[in-house]
Unconditional design. Structure first.
Length: 150
């Protein structure tokens, strides 16, 4: 990956809907060269998809909760079982295997505290191998970036 590829990534992160012609102009390439580089970045898995950023509050998902989750076992089968089940919970936005005291950190979005209580009791505590869940409610978002510093 060279400086031009990084410039293409920065341009896409600022405006993922920008036409190829606009991106090509921004990074000083011909449209065909820019298109080839985009296809190559996709083929290499650098660009993994295209999506729209949606304001959670605008769609009724105004509460963000961060969870630390400890499992009863850290065996590979237990981790795989937990991760597959967590991926099936629509409210789970991110889930990371962690070092430290807890095994996982998870971010969920829900409408409100009542919705979180329902999610917690019906889905999260039912995930396989869960020994303990600790939750922290986000008061507000101080920094949110979708783009990476490439």
């Amino acid at each position: 990956m060279d400086a031009t590829d990084r410039a293409i990534l920065r341009a896409l992160q600022l405006n993922g809907r920008a036409p190829n012609a606009v991106i090509a102009e921004q990074v000083n390439l011909s449209e065909s060269a820019c298109s080839r580089r985009l296809r190559e970045l996709e083929r290499q898995g650098v660009l993994t998809g295209y999506t729209a950023l949606v304001d959670p509050k605008a769609v009724g998902l105004g509460l963000t909760v961060f969870l630390t989750i400890t499992l009863t076992s850290q065996a590979e089968t237990a981790l795989a079982e937990f991760e597959a089940a967590a991926a099936a919970v629509e409210a789970v936005m991110e889930c990371y295997l962690m070092t430290g005291e807890a095994d996982y950190m998870m971010r969920v979005v829900v409408a409100d505290v009542a919705a979180f209580e329902a999610l917690h009791s019906t889905r999260l505590t039912q995930l396989p191998r869960v020994a303990r869940i600790t939750s922290s409610v986000a008061i507000r978002t101080a920094v949110r970036r979708a783009g990476l510093p490439v």
